[in-house]
Design a protein around this ligand. Sequence first.
Ligand SMILES: [Zn+2]
Length: 123
Amino acid sequence: MGRLFLIDLEGDLYSCKHCKTAFALVDDIISKSFQCRHGKAYLFDKVVNVSVGEKENRKMLTGMHTVVDIFCVTCGSIVGWKYEIANEKSQKYKEGKFILERYKVLGPDGSEYMPPLDDAEDA
Ligand SMILES: [Zn+2]
């Protein structure tokens, strides 16, 4: 183990809610229209400074996907997932792309997103 080497991002970005590690640029957002259990989630072309978990198959609204969870390299909190394989042809564009759950990250202006009230068990 040693010092972590973090990748610097320049520009407007999303960062870890807990430790402010930079994850992704606003310019790399593919879609803001995703939903997860805790409200909004964004699809990104590139995400840095994360480590990945074990591959698993997950049934989602849009079909079966093989995904890996992604974790902040600095504090280890789970921040979203990466799509490895999408079984449905119409979902193939997601392969190799990343989801960041909005309530796990700080926005470009440092803003926090609150999950919908009916699902706020962590609050
Ligand atoms: Zn962190």
